[in-house]
Design a protein around this ligand. Structure first.
Ligand SMILES: [Fe+2]
Ligand SMILES: [Fe+2]
Length: 303
């Protein structure tokens, strides 16, 4: 299959150097109490604070997208220095929650907030509006980019959905996300979502994908993907659908654009054509992943 990838823009670069980032940086420093306070912070604390600040700006009420916002943060901080795997391991016991926890289940800033209930028969649009608050702008930007680049509708849908499961779980989010969406999308869309996670570790400059600074910072500058990721990459690289997840990574990496807030309604028709909305509502149709939707719907249930 032949996809048009224009490679026309490289927002990753412009994000680092553009005027928008200067504004972000000023807001960040002011929010932390000024330049003097920031100067006294450890590098890692500074980087963490900047990442949270950028995510909050790109996603209303955001606490993490697992995507490009943080890639921009590394650039914005001029972070020439990335942690090692050992540095990151040493941080584990400095936090009350683990890095892999889903956005809805922990607050990066103060206590969690009470959630508005979903309608009785919730749709994908309802989840975007009321539960995907930390991930929706990143995913909408990614889908918007895919649309601008003339991607097929299934790629646009995969981009729209690809990181939303981060509300539930960060660890192995490609697999979790594909599993959650599998009953409702084509095999090809689920394939694209599942494997974008592994492909992000491997460059493909011919299609416009370079290894992101985000991963040097998140996983360590000396990180080598685990064997299951490497095996997955080799399998996908030789698969007839390789381009599906690859194009998610291409549009994912370039998705962070300060001030760009595409609306869900832009994709309503594509969702209507390619997403099988269950009449009982997501969470109540007895599908293999209904419990995942319910967990996102009611994360305050103790059991
Ligand atoms: Fe992403
Ligand atoms: Fe992702």
């Amino acid at each position: 299959m032949n996809y048009v990838h224009t490679g026309e823009t490289k927002p990753h670069t412009s994000v680092r150097k553009g005027a928008g980032m200067q504004l972000d940086r000023r807001g960040f420093i002011a929010g932390l109490g000024g330049a003097t306070v920031v100067a006294g912070m450890a590098d890692e604390a500074k980087a963490d604070a900047l990442e949270r600040h950028l995510m909050a700006q790109t996603a209303p009420a955001a606490s993490g997208t697992g995507g490009t916002s943080a890639a921009a943060s590394a650039g914005a901080a001029g972070a020439a220095k990335f942690p090692t795997v050992a540095d990151l391991q040493a941080e584990i016991e400095t936090r009350p929650t683990r890095k892999g926890v889903g956005n809805l289940f922990a607050s990066a800033n103060g206590n969690v907030k009470r959630l508005q209930p979903l309608p009785e028969k919730p749709t994908l649009a309802d989840y975007f509006r009321l539960r995907f608050t930390a991930t929706s702008n990143h995913c909408l930007q990614s889908a918007n980019r895919a649309m601008q680049n003339g991607m097929p509708e299934e790629i646009i849908l995969a981009c729209l959905l690809h990181d939303t499961v981060l509300e539930l779980m960060h660890v192995d989010h490609g697999w979790w996300s594909a599993q959650m969406y599998e009953p409702y999308v084509s095999e090809k869309v689920a394939f694209a979502i599942r494997y974008h996670q592994a492909l992000r570790f491997y460059e493909d400059k011919a299609h416009g994908y370079e290894y992101p600074d985000l991963y040097r910072r998140m996983f360590g500058v000396d990180y080598k993907p685990e064997p299951y990721i490497e095996r997955t990459y080799q399998m996908v690289r030789n698969h007839k659908w390789y381009l599906e997840p690859r194009l998610v990574t291409v549009n994912d990496l370039y998705a962070f654009e300060p001030g760009v807030h595409p609306q869900y309604e832009q994709f309503t028709d594509i969702v209507g054509r390619h997403f099988k909305q269950p009449k009982e509502g997501l969470g109540f149709d007895n599908s293999a992943s209904a419990h995942m939707w319910r967990s996102i719907s009611t994360p305050d249930h103790p059991l």
